[in-house]
Design a binder for this molecule. Structure first.
Ligand SMILES: Nc1ncnc2c1ncn2[C@@H]1O[C@H](COP(=O)(O)OP(=O)(O)OP(=O)(O)O)[C@@H](O)[C@H]1O
Ligand SMILES: [Mg+2]
Length: 241
């Protein structure tokens, strides 16, 4: 469903990706682990065409991601929900309006229908009583759930997450992880989750890989990754949960 073949990306003399490969099957959720600055966000941005790799190919559901082919890119983007690092809700809109805006502006859904859908998805993530609140009136965990609802409301086939649990306590992180897992199961979503949070990765992913030296090294089930004799990788698993 998502195929990254031999991706290269440099910024000036700094090489970030150097031959990265990844295949994520339909319905599968894959976690990308890796230290800060290793290129995790860059990888996600390449997938949605916000950044262009220097070399290599990306295809989504057999369609090539090519920023010069705006029509196909638009079609691909319509299939993808993206949770940016930081959540990024619009602060001047209620959370319902945040969802409605996503539907009416980018997906041409009529306002009345969008408003109903927004309420439905906010209730799925446990925010039914808060739909008319401003983001500033919500806790960090609630904002993450609202951002998840905003990504889900377009009913995407693919969801990409950049650090969905950063800044949350372990219990709330686990709750968000469970919610992502449940939503993926319910809607048969294919997902890539970028995270430092091993607890979250364990809950949401079928497979994971460690991004290091521009490559996804050691892909496999998380319990296989735990066994790997590499100091940096062991460092992830040693982190207090
Ligand atoms: N637009 C850009 N221009 C120049 N350099 C960039 C740009 N975007 C990213 N980089 C560089 O590429 C490297 C990888 O960045 P990226 O944001 O992918 O890291 P990351 O793995 O997501 O880290 P973190 O865990 O801190 O979010 C960094 O060294 C960063 O400085
Ligand atoms: Mg990042």
């Amino acid at each position: 469903m998502i195929q990254l073949n031999n991706l290269y990306k440099s910024f000036g003399v700094q090489r970030v990706l150097s031959g990265l490969n990844l295949n994520v099957a339909k319905g599968e959720t894959f976690s990308i682990l890796g230290k800060s600055g290793t290129g995790k966000s860059v990888t996600l941005k390449c997938i949605v065409g916000l950044m262009v790799p220097d070399a290599g190919d990306i295809s989504i559901d057999s369609m090539d991601v090519d920023v010069n082919d705006r029509k196909t890119l638009k079609e691909i983007r319509r299939m993808i929900g993206f949770l940016f690092q930081g959540g990024a809700l619009y602060d001047s809109m209620t959370i319902r309006e945040n969802l409605v805006f996503n539907l009416t502006r980018h997906h041409k859904v009529k306002h009345s229908e969008a408003s109903e859908k927004a309420a439905h998805y906010l209730s799925l993530v446990g925010l039914a009583d808060f739909i008319d609140k401003m983001p500033s009136e919500l806790s960090g965990g609630m904002r993450k759930r609202a951002a998840l609802a905003r990504a889900l409301v377009i009913e995407p086939q693919i969801l990409l997450y950049d650090e969905p649990t950063t800044g949350l306590d372990p219990i709330t992180s686990a709750e968000i992880g469970e919610l992502i897992r449940e939503m993926h199961g319910r809607f048969k979503v294919t997902g890539i989750v970028v995270t430092h949070d091993i607890l979250c990765a364990g809950i949401v992913s079928d497979r994971a890989g460690v991004l290091k030296d521009g490559l996804l090294k050691y892909t496999g089930a998380l319990d296989e990754l735990v066994q790997i004799e590499d100091e940096e990788i062991k460092g992830f698993f040693r982190k207090p949960l």
